[in-house]
Design a protein around this ligand. Structure first.
Ligand code: HEM
Length: 307
């Protein structure tokens, strides 16, 4: 009998955060600071583990439903931030050159973001109102997604893209990207209404939209809440961190399913907003996340030079 090497023995272990449903800090560069270091080893390792995980023994169940929901909220938001940085690059290429590969990558990343919204939005209204919303409100009474600094350039590019093709037909690949962005908007609206039926975000409930701009101060508060540090970080490392999170999410979903026993919030989905396009994301969460991870690696390879 051959003894497995240390690396082989470690394969099935839950790597992210050191223990199942543990969390890890995320390190991102300031948005727009793209730097390719040329070292793909971390990315390739995570990519092969993403496939190997499918054969790993099932992980233990979480200690409590709250632990699971908190894990999902933080990791889902962290993965979104990493994903937005990559999406921003691809949208730049879609806008500038209508590059078909960039269109496909951007659409897959947008679909991955839609899947993350559904995944993080699994708490029941009761759990969201008791566990998650008050924690954000303690960070700032108007805590808002508008303070997600990595989303700011993405939102601008999505608006520019829609405007560019308002009066002329978009090529098929570009149209697919725009469609993924529309679906993403619908998913955000549906998840928000599922968790907060009054539609009152903390921002709207407290300071109106007065604090809706991403200033240095509220960006720092937002980053701190999601354990996100800002440092010079290569694009490879951004992709590696996204893949680590997609792996942990997929391992969670294998054990707990999308709607875990202790959180039957599928009964709270607003029927009028949970239309076919939203449902199509919901039933494909794992697949869409896997595709987004693959697109993130592909996007890295299609940017040979640093800028
Ligand atoms: C699942 C995690 C979520 C993520 C990643 C997320 C992300 C974002 C982002 C990036 C924005 C700024 C861009 C924009 O205005 O479209 C935003 C805004 C907004 N989000 Fe979310 N969101 C999430 C959950 C929610 C929930 C649960 C609600 C329920 C109230 C909500 C309600 C809103 C509203 C109303 C805005 C507009 C600005 C504001 O009033 O704060 N979102 N979100």
């Amino acid at each position: 009998m051959t003894l497995p090497t240390t690396a082989e023995r470690r394969l099935p272990e839950w790597e992210f955060g050191g223990y199942p449903y543990g969390l890890m800090p995320l390190t991102l560069p300031a948005p727009g600071l793209r730097w390719l270091c040329g070292d793909m080893s971390g990315v390739l390792r995570q990519q092969s583990l993403l496939d190997a995980d499918a054969d790993a023994p099932l992980d233990p169940e979480p200690d409590s439903t709250d632990q699971l929901l908190w894990f999902r909220w933080i990791i889902g938001n962290q993965a979104s931030s990493a994903l937005w940085q990559l999406l921003d690059d691809e949208l730049g290429l879609v806008l500038g050159e209508e590059l078909p590969t960039a269109c496909r990558n951007a659409a897959a990343l947008l679909d991955g973001y839609s899947a993350l919204l559904i995944y993080a939005g699994v708490p029941t209204r009761e759990a969201y109102a008791r566990l998650i919303r008050p924690a954000m409100a303690l960070q700032h009474r108007s805590f808002s997604g508008r303070w997600a600094v990595d989303y700011v350039p993405v939102m601008a590019k999505l608006q520019a893209l829609r405007a560019a093709y308002r009066s002329r037909p978009a090529p098929a690949e570009v149209a697919r990207t725009i469609e993924a962005s529309r679906t993403n908007h619908r998913v955000h609206v549906a998840v928000a209404a599922k968790l907060v039926p009054s539609d009152d975000s903390l921002l709207r409930a407290n300071d109106g939209l007065a604090l809706g701009k991403a200033t240095d101060e509220n960006v720092a508060l937002y980053d701190a809440f999601y354990s996100t540090a800002r440092a010079v970080t290569s694009r490879e490392r951004v992709v590696e961190q996204l893949l680590q999170r997609v792996r942990a999410i997929k391992r969670d979903l294998r054990v707990n399913g999308l709607y875990p026993d202790g959180s039957p919030s599928q009964d709270e989905r607003p029927a009028h907003l949970w239309e076919t396009k939203v449902e199509n994301v919901e039933v494909r969460v794992e697949e869409l996340l896997h595709k987004a991870a693959t697109a993130a690696v592909a996007a890295l390879r299609s940017h040979p030079a640093s800028s």
